[in-house]
Design a binder for this molecule. Sequence first.
Ligand code: ADP
Length: 194
Amino acid sequence: MSARMVLLGPPGAGKGTQAARVCQRLAVPAISTGDIFRANVSGGTPLGAQAKTYMDRGEYVPDSVTNAMVADRLAQPDASDGFLLDGYPRTEAQVHELDAMLARDGRALDVVVEITADAEAVIERLLKRATEQGRADDTEPVIRRRLEVYAEATEPLAALYERRGLLVRVNGIGTLEEVTDRLMTALASRGVGA
Ligand code: ADP
């Protein structure tokens, strides 16, 4: 059985943390575009240099760059039967691009999960992470911009996937374990399970 999943949710909702936990249980790769960009930034690659100028401002990296990177990653053998995309798609154009990438190999998404959390909770988490991890884009003005861009460009994707019958919403407020359990239950309700 396949497990091709997308995780939506605002910055600070806990996507990265939960993606890792869910993927361990389902034995599929977690693919985070943010992590891939950050690895390229620290590795000093041309892709990293290009992405950094956008990331530091809280803006989205251009689709041309992001789509090619994701297509590459999804073509790797470990992603053939399943994956959890964290941070992609983020724009409607990326949704259509992802559809096309998957359709080329006769694949399609199984489920889209939106982790919900109110703005106050996510700002608090991101500011806490800023002091712990020192991520370049976790300063207050950039956090505010990331939330704005999310609301404008990415939040509407939940409704789009809902119309396709693929969306499940999960409350992201709770302990790590509580949220993982909710996610596993939500996935199981769509036939995706360990
Ligand atoms: P967060 O969701 O907490 O903002 P991410 O690690 O997912 O953090 O993303 C960090 C940054 O990487 C984004 O602000 C954006 O600049 C860039 N990025 C990640 N994924 C995408 C994407 N799908 N399209 C465009 N830019 C992206």
